[in-house]
Design a protein around this ligand. Sequence first.
Ligand code: ZN
Length: 81
Amino acid sequence: MEQEKSASSSVENQKPIAISSELKERILNAFWVCDDCGNAFGRNPKTGTDRLSTYSPGKCDICEEEKIVTQFRDFGYNKPL
Ligand SMILES: [Zn+2]
């Protein structure tokens, strides 16, 4: 007379957009970032042209693409992850 309660919880696919721990690691250790990643993950996205940054060709530490990059510091580093 035993009833099995199967807590079926296979809704793993319905998580909100979460970043992988691998990506998170890259964000936390990023030094050079492209504008796209800086605006996406930075605390202070660049919205105007009054903010000057030094850009140079290089590899973005977050998306790992060869782009024009600047220091993550200029975005105020990462927003809380
Ligand atoms: Zn990038």
